[in-house]
Design a protein around this ligand. Structure first.
Ligand code: ZN
Ligand code: ZN
Length: 360
């Protein structure tokens, strides 16, 4: 990242707005954060107006403006261009209006409503002006850590589901290394007794699946209290500090199942498997995505119809449908298609059947 300049208006007032110069283009930084919580570039609109005025005052024509924030960098520039040569006939005010309104609709993620008109943009001028931009714009060179401007908004990060997390972990088990992420320094995500993964890398890969662009370490923060850890834990995984020893209690058999599984290592293994970290959450997310809601795959009971939508889904459990537990080898890997959504009653019945099957 190059030298950052602070916008200074004609009266010499320093605005809370920043840009960089990259030969013949200006990278105008996005507004970030929320009011009162470390908001950055709060003078976004004013700062942009000042820059455009300076360009106009020096008869520097704008050739193209495009949205350059991290969320849309995977899109071709033509798809995120918001101002072109054919727009360059009006006043600065006209240009600002066009830029602000078109910026909202570029690369909107899913149903995130409204869009946002304070994003990072690139303003390209003719190459005859490269080398002059610094003096024309007259900004104040500042030392500023601009990493936070690359951050993906929290509401987008919260779109990462348990299913994305599960798929990311499966990919990493199979050797995928998300680009740019190193080993973790302080925390591990516990997958099972034998496998710990760097939480930030897992989340980065899951977010890449969810958001449709390559999510890099600079795009979000990890650590206690971060959206990253919050989503990983909601997906059913524990994030522990590196010095925590594996306990061997990764997914214990619940006490009400102890009596009938006693002395049946295969059944114990079955119960452990369907309680495997993340598997149940990921299965439910997948099921909801495909069917629009949760219901019992055996008796077709729709829990929301019977128990209401607030708590009804609590009676849907995830069962490992591999009946021949005896055929499962120790390193048989659970896949989401091995799992079934069952109501608590059916689940109990299926387990009873299983018990007889094993006893025979
Ligand atoms: Zn059922
Ligand atoms: Zn089960």
């Amino acid at each position: 990242m190059g030298q950052v300049f602070q916008v200074v208006d004609d009266d010499g007032t320093r605005l809370d707005a920043h840009y960089e110069i990259d030969s013949e283009s200006i990278i105008f930084h996005s507004r970030g954060g929320t009011k009162g919580k470390g908001a950055t570039n709060t003078d976004y609109s004013l700062g942009l107006a000042v820059l455009l005025d300076k360009l106009e005052g020096h008869a520097v024509g704008i050739q193209q403006v495009w949205v350059d924030s991290s969320q849309v960098q995977a899109l071709p520039i033509t798809d995120r261009t918001i101002f072109g040569l054919s727009d360059a006939h009006g006043s600065t005010q006209d240009a600002l209006k066009l830029i602000a309104s078109r910026m909202k609709s570029v690369g909107r993620i899913g149903s995130t409503s409204g869009g946002n008109s304070t994003r990072r943009i690139r303003i390209r001028v003719g190459n005859e002006h490269s080398g002059q931009l610094e003096s024309i714009l007259g900004g104040l060179p500042v030392k500023k850590d601009m990493r936070s401007l690359d951050r993906v908004p929290a509401e987008d990060l919260r779109g990462v589901t348990a299913e994305h997390v599960w798929l990311a972990i499966e990919d990493m088990r199979n050797g995928t290394e998300p680009p740019g992420f190193g080993p973790s320094t302080d925390y591990d995500l516990l997958v099972d007794d034998c496998l710990r993964l760097p939480p930030k890398a897992v989340f980065g890969l899951a977010a890449t699946k969810a958001l449709g662009f390559t999510v890099l370490p600079k795009h979000f923060t990890a650590g206690v209290g971060s959206v990253c850890f919050e989503v990983l834990e909601a997906a059913g995984f524990n994030v522990v500090s590196k010095d925590t020893l594996a306990t061997g209690q990764v997914h214990p058999v619940p006490s009400d199942d102890h009596s009938w599984t006693e002395g049946q290592p295969k059944l114990v293994e079955h119960l452990r498997r369907e309680r495997a970290r993340g598997a149940a959450q990921a299965k439910k997310d997948l099921f909801r995505r495909v069917h629009g809601r949760l219901f019992c795959e055996r008796c077709m009971m729709d829990p929301v119809q019977i128990y209401g939508d607030e708590y009804g889904e609590a009676c849907i459990e995830v069962h490992h449908r591999e009946v021949r537990v005896s055929a499962m080898t120790a390193n048989h890997r659970t896949s989401l298609s091995d799992l079934q959504c069952l109501c608590a009653n059916c689940h109990r019945v299926v387990h009873r059947e299983l018990r007889n099957l094993v006893a025979r």
